[in-house]
Ligand binder design. Structure first.
Ligand SMILES: C[S@@+](CC[C@H](N)C(=O)[O-])C[C@H]1O[C@@H](n2cnc3c(N)ncnc32)[C@H](O)[C@@H]1O
Length: 235
């Protein structure tokens, strides 16, 4: 499944699997596994994981490259899980900073040094994970789409100011709604003259329509969540 994933069948409690406590692997949906390779961080770069908790993508980024990383999340109560995941996978170091802060207000947490790569795995309706969490359908109201879109818009604009020239920002949601996805990405590219939209390359079997990944698209082979990815380079 994906480039680095396996499906354990039949499913078992993860801690019963050999190597889990020692940090040999972690659990991530196939759609989520695309984020870190798409970000493409290289050794020595400065990376911001702007909505990091519980740290699934943070640890994946650190597995792929030796970077200086800030793991930011607005919900301080979720940050202990980032620390736990870093420790379990033996990825905690003085080059990894875990910070409570609002991605839309960098003045409160940013030291002013631009990041080479930013992952914006933004809060969203989570409409792409309904197959695993059917309660999402009952917990959401129609008005949530516009509320999340407004938050995502503010985050994107603020995070863009933290990105180095030539740097890369990956925008990700686990939503299937166009307002949070393509409309958001297209509007961002239109209002930021120095944002060059790049075509993301997805692994074989993860079928996408303009960055929208769905398990139901023709040719899709992965039993994955609905995800959206857009990638921008700063001119
Ligand atoms: C989709 S989840 C992130 C999942 C995470 N990237 C992972 O792979 O494990 C979105 C996260 O955004 C955080 N969040 C919500 N509003 C935020 C804000 N204004 N600034 C930073 N993080 C925020 C939430 O607390 C939540 O942990």
């Amino acid at each position: 499944m994906g480039e680095a994933g396996l499906i354990v069948s039949p499913p078992r409690p993860v801690r019963e699997l050999p190597g889990y406590d020692e940090g040999a692997f972690s659990v991530q949906d196939a759609g989520a596994q695309i984020a870190a390779p798409l970000l493409g961080a290289r050794d020595g770069e400065r990376v911001l994981d702007a909505c990091a908790a519980p740290g699934g993508k943070t640890t994946h980024i650190l597995e792929l490259a030796d970077v200086e990383l800030t793991a930011l999340d607005a919900d301080a109560a979720r940050l202990p899980r980032v620390h736990t995941n870093l420790a379990r996978q033996k990825l905690a170091s003085d080059r990894v900073r875990v910070v409570a802060g609002d991605a839309a207000a960098p003045a409160s947490w940013w030291d002013g040094r631009p990041y080479d790569r930013i992952l914006a795995d933004v809060p969203c309706t989570a409409s792409g994970i309904v197959r695993r969490h059917p309660d999402v359908k009952w917990l959401r109201r129609a008005s949530d789409v516009a509320s999340f879109a407004a938050v995502q818009h503010a985050m994107l604009d603020a995070l863009w100011s933290c990105l180095a020239r030539g740097g890369t920002l990956v925008y990700a949601t686990c939503s299937v709604f166009v307002e949070e996805n393509e409309a958001q990405a297209a509007a961002f590219a239109a209002r930021m003259p120095d944002a060059l939209r790049e075509s993301p390359v997805f692994p074989a079997g993860a079928e996408s329509s303009g960055g929208q990944l769905l398990p139901s698209l023709p040719g899709a082979r992965h039993n994955q969540d609905g995800f959206f990815y857009a990638r921008f380079r700063r001119a």
